[in-house]
Design a protein around this ligand. Structure first.
Ligand code: NAD
Ligand code: MLT
Length: 535
């Protein structure tokens, strides 16, 4: 499978992809128009913040299955458009937060103490005098943090260490979290603006946050306020900021992100970027350097490539466009995901009648769990068996809906025998058939009910499902046919509901069984069905 990497990421990440058999094309800084011409050749794209993974690109990228964002913000990726096409979007939100927080603090020190300006004047031997670069201290001042998420929280902790009073505005964070961080909550943005000596922004770029510091908001700030933006260009209106600095209301700004940004992958002689803010002495800028540390580069590059590789292999990854896993790790859920996928795979390997509704019932411990992704796993397994196009956790629900299949999820805390149980009920026009499974000892998965027959079966990659009349002699004949065909039986389990009625058997074998051998089994007197199931 082919992966294009359009912005610089750590070599270790690229090597990981190559070692895992992917064909990787490095096209750092490729212009959008050129990318449009070649994107059709790729199964996955890895970008940072410059490449726009937008509708136009996705329309051309007909083979794209995964978009990997090497970093945190996903504002350059049209996630909805990706989801509509079943493209998995992954990012690495935790990998560079320390780097970004430290840069914001660094910018704060720089604008309070004029460090870059003093350095520049020394280097260029221009007015290199102490009196010119007199600054202020952070100590005992008030910092207003807008956005108290991952990065904002680290900034809060570090600036508390500088003996600053830390206040924050973030309407989506609980009072408990504010309390835990020792940060004073501002109920409104205005409350923060009116008291802060330093304002630092750490929100994502959304329609709500875009331009959130405009002319009106800046006029509410204390005279002499300093502003740091190491989050996203556009959160601070640049024209308004320019005016407020020129008028002397804002004393300085430290800016890592601009709107628009220069293409930092272009050679200096090819740059044609202009921005009035860059002409102001008390504005210091860095070229979107927030994530640029050896540690963050390594973390981001290795994390994104692992996610992209896993997603391309069809494994469940924590994707941006999938139900969130609040407080549960993917590893904890893994056995349930495997069980769910196995249960989903059973129906169309054993039956033919069209399914109209899939009902998933979670019982016992699972009644309290995050089951959204587990349900997706059922659907993925169900569709994998019949769908020619690649089914993944992002497109499974869309594909099922497009087939007119209704998905219903319910929960019950009541259970007699198992501590957890997943039951999948397949509803057709004429009947309902169900399968159930459980996980015990945290990782052992078992199918415990197959269309009403009780079992305790550990699914293996190759299983022959048999239905027969419950009478003597059938097991022996099955053994003889499989043995004569050189097929090894690894495990076998029979279940019948009533003596002399029908029975079902799951026979684990070491490899795929040909149609010819299955036909020989079906020829046994009393054998009603023999189907190869692959899990
Ligand atoms: P996060 O999602 O953990 O935190 C963002 C916080 O903003 C959340 O707590 C959210 O509730 C809050 N928020 C959302 N809308 C708000 C609003 N209208 N008013 C106030 N608060 C609001 O994100 P994070 O990982 O901390 O990243 C923060 C920003 O930093 C993002 O924009 C990200 O893209 C950017 N970033 C920049 C760099 C860089 O290189 N400069 C590196 C990493 C991240
Ligand atoms: C991010 O969102 O991770 C940062 O903007 C860093 C980057 O894109 O390089």
């Amino acid at each position: 499978m082919k992966i294009i990497v359009t912005e610089r990421i750590a070599d270790e990440g690229i090597n990981y992809l190559k070692e895992n058999g992917f064909d990787v094309d490095i096209k750092f800084g490729i212009p959008h128009a050129e990318l449009l011409e070649i994107i059709e050749n790729y199964d996955a794209i890895i970008v940072r913040s410059v490449t726009k993974v937008n509708e136009e690109l996705l329309q051309r990228g007909k083979n794209l299955k995964v978009a990997g964002r090497a970093g945190n913000g996903i504002d350059n990726i049209d996630v909805n458009a990706c989801t509509k096409r079943g493209i998995i979007v992954v990012n690495t939100p935790e990998s560079n937060i320390m780097a970004a927080a430290e840069l914001a603090i660094g910018l704060a020190f720089c604008i309070f103490r004029n460090i870059p300006q003093a350095h520049w004047s020394g280097k260029h031997n221009k007015d290199y005098r102490r009196s010119k670069f007199n600054g202020n201290e952070l100590d005992e001042k008030t910092v207003g943090i807008i956005g108290l998420g991952r990065i904002g929280s680290i900034v809060a902790r570090k600036l508390q260490g500088c003996n600053m009073k830390v206040v924050a505005y973030d309407p989506y964070i609980t009072d408990e979290r504010f309390k835990k961080l020792g940060v004073e909550k501002c109920e409104t943005l205005e409350e923060l603006l009116r008291q802060s000596d330093l304002i630092t922004l750490h929100t994502p770029k959304t329609s709500e946050t875009y331009g959130m510091l405009g002319e009106k908001e800046l006029s509410m700030c204390k005279k002499g306020v300093r502003i740091v933006n190491a989050a996203r260009g556009g959160l601070v209106n640049e024209k308004a900021l320019y005016k407020a600095i020129v008028e002397g209301h804002v004393a300085g700004a430290g800016i890592d992100v601009l709107e628009p940004e220069p293409n930092y992958d272009k050679k200096p002689e090819e740059q044609d970027y202009t921005n009035p803010l860059l002409e102001l002495d008390n504005v210091i800028i860095t070229p979107h350097l927030g994530a640029s540390t050896a540690e963050a580069n390594y973390n981001v590059g290795t994390a994104v490539t692992k996610l992209v590789a896993d997603a391309l292999k069809g494994e469940m990854v924590a994707a941006v466009n999938m139900p969130a896993l609040k407080g549960t790790s993917l590893n904890e859920l893994r056995p349930y995901l495997d069980l769910a996928e196995t249960l989903g795979k059973i129906y169309y390997q054993a039956e033919k009648e069209t399914v109209q509704k899939i009902e998933i019932v979670y019982s016992g411990d699972l009644a309290e769990a995050e089951t959204g992704v587990i349900s997706l796993s059922v659907l993925k397994g169900f569709l994998d068996v019949i769908n020619k196009e690649k089914v993944n956790y992002v497109n499974a629900e869309l594909i099922a809906k497009s087939m007119g299949i209704e998905l219903v999820e319910s929960k019950s805390t009541h259970l007699d025998k198992y501590t957890n149980l997943i039951t999948v009920k397949f509803h057709t026009k004429t009947k309902e058939l169900h399968v159930s499974g459980t996980v015990f000892a945290k990782e052992e998965i078992r199918i415990v009910d197959f269309f009403g027959y009780k079992l305790d079966f550990e699914p293996t990659p190759y299983v022959i499902a048999i239905q027969n009349v419950d009478k003597p002699g059938i097991i022996g004949q099955i053994g003889t046919i499989l043995g004569a065909s050189d097929i090894n039986i690894a495990a076998m389990q029979w279940s019948r509901n009533r003596k002399g009625d029908k029975a079902v058997a799951f026979v684990s074998v070491d490899g795929e069984v040909s149609n010819e051998v299955l036909q020989l089994l079906k020829n046994i007197d009393g054998l009603l069905k023999a189907t190869m199931m692959k899990f």
